[in-house]
Design a protein around this ligand. Sequence first.
Ligand code: B1M
Length: 236
Amino acid sequence: MADQDEELDLRTLSDEELTEQMWDDLYDGLADEIAEGTKILLERGWQPYEVLTKALVEGMRIVGNDFRDGILFVPEVLLAANAMKTGMTILRPLLAETGAPKMGKMVIGTVKGDIHDIGKNLVSMMMEGAGFEVIDLGINNPVEKYLAAIEEHQPDILGMSALLTTTMPYMKVVIDELKTRGMRDDYVVLVGGAPLNEEFAREVGADAYCRDAAVAVETAKSFMQRRHNQLRAAAG
Ligand code: B1M
């Protein structure tokens, strides 16, 4: 780790050293340094997605491990999350800049009782980048919020995120309500979050579990393709 008393010029570091320095800076919650590191990597020709995954997401994984092991606590993790968001703010327009035709519409939100939003925000960004219109409901969403957004925006896809084993069962509450109202088959339901897996997604009645943001994009695209094919077959 760099000597805290010395002013470290991030530009003098090699790509590998800079990436490792960014993991340290994320760990220390240094938002300005993360912003600078993100910009430097972009200037050096890194793809936005590469900066996101190799510098930011990997740094957050390290933070997550030490949080789990009781080395870091909530205030420190909040600072790390804030630093990560600073980097994501720079990457967001670049990831969304593909100019792809609109692929479909998605409503997404973190479920009730859960305030984790970094992963969901990443999914939103990547979906926008892939040409989806995204309506992001934020965190801590009760079933009523999802239903109101579905009614208002008529999306193709409903996405739900949960990071806690205590909140992930709430996804079933939302899906069951859609079933009760006879609306379940009108939408593709995709779920994600670190504690989930495919089996859980099947059990709660989702269409698919998405391991990460890239998988979410691929899964959403393939469901949209299927929808278009079905509509074409029905029309002709
Ligand atoms: Co929380 N936290 N946290 N936390 N936190 C975890 C989740 C935990 C695993 C840490 C640990 O113990 N190792 C643990 C959960 C344990 C469990 O349930 N078994 C935990 C805990 C216990 C808690 C509190 C209860 C701590 C406390 O208060 N004692 C508390 C709960 C608050 C609440 O929600 N009610 C809490 C609070 C917090 C902070 C506020 C400090 C902060 C959140 C800040 C924020 O999000 N704005 C925080 C953080 C940052 C974490 C860790 C360290 C990092 C999460 C993260 O952002 N990862 C996390 C440890 C970990 O996951 N390793 C942890 C980076 C992100 C890019 O990955 O979110 O997995 P992820 O998203 C991925 C995929 O999962 C997927 O794609 C994303 C991008 O590739 N994905 C989707 C996610 N959502 C999707 C939706 C989709 C598709 C894919 O829809 C289609």
